[in-house]
Design a protein. Sequence first.
Lengths: 280, 326
Amino acid sequence: MATGMVPNPSPNVPPTKLPNKATDDVIMDCDIKELYYGTFKAVRDTKIPIKKNAITAFIGPSGCGKSTVLRCLNRMNDLVRGFRFNGHVRYRGKDIYDPAIDPVAVRRYIGMVFQQPNPFATSIFNNVAFGLRINNFKGNKTEKVVQALKRAALWDEVKDKLHNSGLSLSGGQQQRLCIARAVATDPEVLLMDEPCSALDPIATRRIEELMLELKERYTIAIVTHNLQQAQRVADKTGFLYVDTSQGGRTGYLVEFGDSKEMFENPKEKHTREYIRGEFS
Amino acid sequence: MSDDNKAPIFSAAQEAEARLHQAEDAAAKDPFAGIDFGELELSIYRPRTMFSIILSFGVTVVTLLALIPLFAVLWMLIWRGGQKLSVVLFTQLPPAPLEQGGGFGNAIIGTLIMVGIAAVITVPLGILTGVYLAQAHSDSKLAGAVRFSAKVLTGFPSILAGVFAYGAIVLATGGYSAIAGGSALSILMLPTIILTAESAIAMVPARMKEASIGMGATGAQTVWMVLLPTAMPGIFTGVMLAIARAAGETAPLLFTALFSNYWLSSGGHFNLMQPTASLAVLIYNFSGMPFKNQVELAWAAALVLVVLVLITNLIGQSFSKGQVTQ
């Protein structure tokens, strides 16, 4: 964790040490038993421990619920009408679905980067300073903005035009701007929902390099459609698949483990077939 | 091929075969062989071409016909009103009957003040209602009822707004006033502002809202720091259109602000609780008078009012280009 210059927006989530030494480096422990949108059962039986300062990738065919699982991790699914959830997501040992927990505070520790670059219709500077403003940050905003832009490897490209609109940047630059915006408040975990799917190969490579740099400071969970990308960047990978046996399309976790192991020597039949490209 | 044709001996069968080959070769060389190029040439005598030309012509003629009343009104205004136009009009008070000269400075200020009062009432109310409709509870029963009433109110006869404000304010406060006039105008402005604010906020891309929530912003912070600034150009356009409409209304003011031949402030006292002049009512009053000076003033006032409304509309439209939608 970087030097925490942003004052804690809420003291609700104290950094407690887990008793078990073996799982000490697991910062988020996600255990979804059942997840519904209305009457539609979207995900079942998905247990993913997310290790600190590592990149955890979720792969799987379309509609297998990998984005849904990712959005559970900072309660973005709360925005979806009819969302119901059975299980727990522990962040530093605390269940973020506990009624006593404020979802807004959770999202300040667990930031998110989306599939489509989504900068605000304001200047580059104000985009990055957004998180500081909503947290009533009283210190030197410029310093934090510059630091965030440097961490997102965007500083050199925008340092002369901080007051231009964020929407004037290219797609890849916009996505790095969104990453800068997310890291400006020093969250502990960054969730990335297919962050490169709207970008060209060069911009994609750029973001991948950036992820490898960022994991020194942050914990990253990423959803990706691109198997090579998971192979290149992820330390741990979870493979989700769709179960159509009960009529619906319910996603579930098939296999989870070290990326190298999973791509070279998948244990489950579905994983093997998916990685070989027999379906997608 | 020409060599083949000159070959001396050919049986009929050979000749036929050679011709067939020639035709095939020609087709291979020229893919357009066999197409009648006369078909491709533009000809106005072909029915479909003729129909298209007649239709284009008809549409143009009808459009020009529709422009006639618009330009006739503008031409009359500029022709009749322009003659009288001078700085004096903006600084002097309306003349008494048979008096020469004079102006309508008080009416311009009265119109601005009453539209201003209406804007002060409706802009915050309308924008916040728009936020409620677009964001907070967009499909609640209350939102449905508000949206329906706002749509009904956009077509509300303006004279009823005047009668309502007369009953609610003029009778209650005991007299005609700028406040009553502004209130009557606000009834006409409110629905436009609510509906344009709602649609401008709803047009803000959902991913911007998601980004804000994902950063840990509260609902209020998202509305205040993302949705409203992004929707502001669209909201502003709606406000300008509403103001432009209200500035030209006569009926609501006849019942509420009446008219006055004097300035709103007298002896340093600025009083909003007295009958107040407005351009629209001045035009209504003076155009029916049997005095040449008053009729000419009415024309000039009409020109000034149209120019004011036009400027407001142009400002509003120039802002609408800034709206981000994707």
